[in-house]
Design a protein around this ligand. Structure first.
Ligand code: ZN
Ligand code: ZN
Length: 125
């Protein structure tokens, strides 16, 4: 059972991006768990596409996958989001949206009416 190991010759020193085939020897590169090399461009692209990399998170505002490096902290909500959303200030969480506000107002109105009705029905003495 002699498994012939491919002779380590010319090809071993050449590191090529598994996606685009670019020679990444001496370049900024990534290596996946399978041992494949990725050039930096393809590697970061792949992270974005997968959306599962710890560095890539969906923006809480527009749900686009954003690399952690491109996220900025929204002052209002304290959440990290893409620059676009942070500048627009549409970060959720911090402020209440109109619908929620309306619901709270309605609940308050019912509570006030209930209290008045209760007060009016209170037996005197
Ligand atoms: Zn590549
Ligand atoms: Zn966004």
């Amino acid at each position: 059972m002699a498994t012939s190991v491919t002779s380590s010759g010319l090809s071993t020193s050449v590191k090529r991006c598994t996606k685009c085939g670019k020679d990444v020897n001496g370049q900024r590169r990534m290596k996946d768990p399978k041992g494949n090399y990725w050039c930096y461009e393809c590697g970061s692209q792949d992270e974005v596409n997968k959306g599962s990399g710890t560095l890539v998170q969906p923006c809480p505002g527009c749900k686009k996958p954003i690399h952690a490096m491109n996220m900025v902290r929204d002052k209002k909500s304290g959440q990290y989001m893409c620059e676009d959303c942070a500048s627009k200030g549409k970060g959720g969480g911090g402020g209440m949206d109109a619908k929620k506000k309306k619901m709270i107002m309605a609940a308050l109105a019912i509570a006030v009416l209930g209290a008045i009705a209760f007060y009016m029905n209170m037996p005197r003495g």
